[in-house]
Design a protein around this ligand. Structure first.
Ligand SMILES: [Zn+2]
Length: 377
């Protein structure tokens, strides 16, 4: 069980969300054994998930391979006919928000392949890139643009303390069970006046983040401010709009006044989300029990996987449907993923496994040429 808040140390009571069955889904749609349990801390506005025992095995065996294939060339948006990829968008946002001095010493902390740092160096060849992560598996990626003495695995060299103009981190802190240590380390490695710049998911912009099993931390503006100011940082900016479904955070190692602290409670918003997910399984099963016949799930991402895990008789689902041509060549839970127009003749019921914000609009664009019973998330 969960003892204390990761951010402020307050003890936590009963979880606000608990999965109905001992089945949990990761952000990469892996199905793991164990209950997902989520707590909200009224004291600092943080929300957190108990780490699953099965996660250790997941990280050791699957996660790195999956992230390696996942993140390259992820399409972020299409603007005026131009495809914008996630890494490219992350670099543009960083350059717009940070004033990096010439020959800046930059460390990507918990960097994985460090593709954003690599792309940053492509735009600013004066930068001296440094990388840190646990495990040797990324060396080949790093060697392409980081000198050997600027790479660190498991332990940071003593002479790096106080060196950096910027410590950057992309989607790492949500996985970390001890975020205070992570942030204290970023502070220690920065020079006086240096900047800590990071991205984490914003659960308030994407409700599915609340129930993904591998995100231990679900930050709010309040809990981010608390985390950073406790470590000695002055918070310059917490931006919820610059990157889809993420917080973009800029903090400075200095005594200067930061932004005014946010005090609005997010407890109601989190409770509402927890209630939505607590009810979600019941709604799926009520629909399931209302009639018979073959079913399909529209959407092969997190929502589709989650619906499949909620079903009492998942064997009646014979395939997933997905618009994304890359997904159509794959399988999910040993079932094929087909283009929507390949809906099997025998299917009578359709579960929509899409973000509820876009589900009805996307479905209305498909002509099924027949009557279907449809479940909306
Ligand atoms: Zn707290």
């Amino acid at each position: 069980m969960m003892g204390a808040c990761n951010i402020c140390g307050e003890s936590l009571g009963a979880p606000g969300y608990e999965s109905a069955r001992p089945v949990s889904i990761t952000s990469l749609c892996q199905v793991l054994e164990g209950y997902t349990r989520v707590w909200h801390c009224a004291s600092c506005g943080h929300t957190q998930t108990a780490p699953l025992p099965a996660l250790e095995k997941f990280y050791a065996e699957d996660y790195h391979i999956l992230t390696a294939s996942e993140e390259e060339d992820q399409l972020y948006a299409v603007r005026e006919g131009q495809k914008i990829f996630r890494t490219e968008h992350q670099v543009s946002t960083l350059l717009a928000k940070l004033d990096l001095p010439p020959n800046a010493q930059v460390l990507d902390y918990g960097c994985g392949k460090a593709s954003t740092l690599k792309s940053l160096c492509g735009r600013r060849d004066d930068i001296a890139p440094h990388v840190f992560d646990v495990g040797e598996q990324y060396r080949d990626f790093w060697n392409a643009f980081v000198t050997a003495e600027n790479q660190a695995v498991n332990e940071v060299p003593a002479e790096w303390a106080g060196r950096f103009d910027a410590v950057i981190s992309f989607f790492a802190l949500e996985h970390v069970a001890a975020p205070r240590e992570f942030v204290a380390e970023a502070y220690r490695l920065l020079r006086e006046g240096g900047t800590f710049y990071f991205l984490v998911p914003n659960v308030f912009a994407n409700t599915a983040d609340l129930v993904v099993a591998d995100h231990v931390n679900h930050f709010s503006e309040i809990s981010l401010q608390r985390l950073l100011s406790d470590a000695g940082f002055s918070v310059r900016e917490i931006d919820g709009t610059a990157h889809n479904s993420a917080w973009v955070v800029v903090a400075e190692k200095s005594d200067s006044d930061g932004m005014a602290p946010t005090t609005n409670s997010v407890a109601d918003a989190i409770n509402e989300m927890a209630e939505y997910w607590n009810e979600f399984g019941n709604r799926v099963r009520a629909f399931e029990n209302a009639s018979n016949g073959e079913a399909v799930i529209y959407g092969s991402g997190f929502y589709g996987t989650f619906i499949h895990a909620c079903l009492a008789r998942p064997e009646v689902v014979n395939c997933f449907l997905d618009q994304n041509p890359h997904r159509q060549r794959q399988a999910l839970l040993e079932k094929p993923i087909l283009a929507p127009e390949k809906l099997p003749e025998t299917a009578r019921r359709l579960y929509v496994g899409l973000n509820p914000r876009i589900a009805r609009e996307e479905l209305s664009a498909v002509d099924w040429q027949r009557e279907l019973e449809v479940f909306f998330p």
